[in-house]
Design a protein around this ligand. Sequence first.
Ligand code: C2E
Ligand code: CA
Ligand code: CA
Length: 760
Amino acid sequence: MVYVTTLIILLVLIAVCILRTVRNQNDVSQHVIWVLVCVMFPLAAHIVIYNIDNPFVCKTAYTLYYIGVNALLFFLLRFTMSYCDFKYEKTVVENALVLSLGADSVSIILNFKFRHMFDLAPRILSDGNLYMGVVRLQYYKIHIAVSFLCVLICLAALLTKMLQTTRFYIDRYLVIFVSLLVTAVWEAYYVIPGRPVDYSLFGYAICALLIFFFSVEYTPKTLINHVRKIVVSTISDGLLFFDMHRDCVYANEKCKVIFDIKNNDLKPIKDKMIKTIGISEEELRGHVSYKTRQTIKQDDGDHIYDIELHKLFGGNGAFIGSFVKYSDRTEEIERNREDHYNATHDRLTGIYNAEEFYRKVEKALIENPEEEYYALGSDIKEFKLVNDRYGKDIGDKILIRLARVIEKSSNKHTFYGRIANDKFAMLIRKQDFKEDLLLKNIEKIPKLEIDSIYPIIIHVGIYEISDRNIPASAMYDRAFMAIAPIKNDITKRISYYDDALKAKLIREQNLAIAIDDAIKDGQIVPFLQAQVEKDGKVSGAEVLVRWIHPEEGFLSPGLFIPVLENTGAIHKVDRYMWECACKILAKWKKLGFGDQYLSVNISPKDFYLLDVPYELKTLVDRYGVDPSKLRLEITESIVMEDVDEKIATIEKLRSYGFIVEMDDFGSGYSSLNLLKDLPIDILKLDMLFLKDTRNPEKTEVITDLIIDLAKSLEMPVIAEGVETEDQVRMLSNRGCDYFQGYYFARPIALDEYEDKNGLR
Ligand code: C2E
Ligand code: CA
Ligand code: CA
């Protein structure tokens, strides 16, 4: 009776374990479920065998029992290998074992017919009950051998794993190993001598329950304790534990550093802790938790900590102690400060960047509604050229120096920032602003580094802030716009944004908008200015654009070309002028004046907006014009960027047969070096610029030098802006080939030009 009751209790227990395992899914739980299910078969079979005497029923139960054992072994193997992290499923080993277990199971079933494995024999047990025991026959040994082989493999796997794993995990494997071993020995005790009743069955059940417990329920406490200890002691936060009497019972390493505790004496910590939190001992006694941020002096400097004091209460609500956490925020705060600095300051000069500067301006205007302010914007003339010619390092140095000059000339009410490349901006109170001081400061900059070789010219645009409702960026747009009228004027440095400028800008804007219609309506017309050879013969002319505006009247290019260049519409005018030139050349050719040439202007912007070689080639082809009769005037500023690409474009134009002229040489920052590198045919010398200098001897020397250089490069020279006979003589003597200027002719309309030069 005890036997059966025990078996039933075990069955129920196992059923409960199965349910728990189903709920608690992990890597091995699938295998555990099957092990538990399979162990139920032998148990159930034994309840039947114990209670029923019918030989057939008993034989069937025994058959089920043995097959159940085989299934159990099958899943036990899978479980063990998975539990020990060994690759087993679908390996040769598994296939061999499955084959053996399968063959043994077939043999068990065939025992019904052949009786080669076991037979039944009634026994009287010690309690007087009749019991159908087994008589093990010849082939039973195979079943034993297969079973023990499987168990042996499981034991070997567990043993191997135990040797490999750390001590924290050993009990997971050890307990299962021992119980399996005990069960195996127990089984052997009954089976090998052939004892009738096999109590080792209990071993199976206990083994299965242990498997369930260790693989599903158990979490290794020693490991967790150990991990907890490591985490607490190595965590970057400082941790302190106080018991219910508010005595410090634990301080981790970090806390010992914070409180400069050299030995293990934790007593002084309490007072130090109270000081850092800034609460009284009385308050510490209360049951409230605290959070605060404090700076603590340490050996390596000040540290900022977020400090949290937590009170701990037991299950019944009784106070059991407290812990304090010190989280070091120093680095994070520094980083945030740094990030904020980077986001608001210009990397190169260290002053405000555009966004931050505008923010500061808007804030200052709101906070001081009564105060009057000027918005100043500064721009370095041709700064790109400085970079190109002297290198970025020199350019950077100039910008940094400029920032320092601005810094020095500011007071605490002045804000300044770098808006873009060479553009700086300032917000200055009207009462602090002195124009002569500003001029003096601007003049300081050229005295830096490279002034002897290169004049650094700074222009400042000023907008008196009259409209506070527009964004700060718009105010500074106005300040920078004020520079436009003096941009090319080296004698003026400061310019104000006023109503006249505003009106002018609006007018220019309107011109840019109207350009398409103007071209269509024939308002854009070519004027021609003769180019004369040494002997006075007119061999060609430069085509200069004029706008006959219905309202504004006669507009010279100086009024609209820069506007169109800025708004990106210049290419429309240029392409139209080129077409006009081609039409004129075609007409002259037809009339027998095919030897005349025309020279057209190409804006540097055209190279970005058009495929210049393609456009020109298409035009000359369409009008049947000889490309050598269409001369192309480019300025050296086109090679300020992408030099190689531009050189290739010029080469292409020349390969089509066009003649390329370098316009305005002598003005701006003409580089003799460039002349050597650029593939151009004719040099056009700008007399207007040379005439301007206060040093005529120098002018002659430079003119000499340039003409000599051009000659040595076998380049014809044309002088433009020739106004006097003296100039003609001087230039002739020096070997100049062509002349253009008011001395010979002004730019005139086509009809007039043709009349004058007999081209009709
Ligand atoms: P530029 O190409 O250097 O043209 C020469 C300018 O000097 C012309 O001014 C001409 O009228 C002027 N000039 C000629 N001889 C003398 C002289 O003896 N004394 C003085 N003081 N000036 C003289 P314009 O026609 O007003 O053109 C100004 C600039 O506008 C041109 O300078 C050129 O850069 C640009 N431009 C003119 N037409 C076009 C065009 O169709 N396309 C492009 N992109 N630019 C053009
Ligand atoms: Ca020109
Ligand atoms: Ca020119």
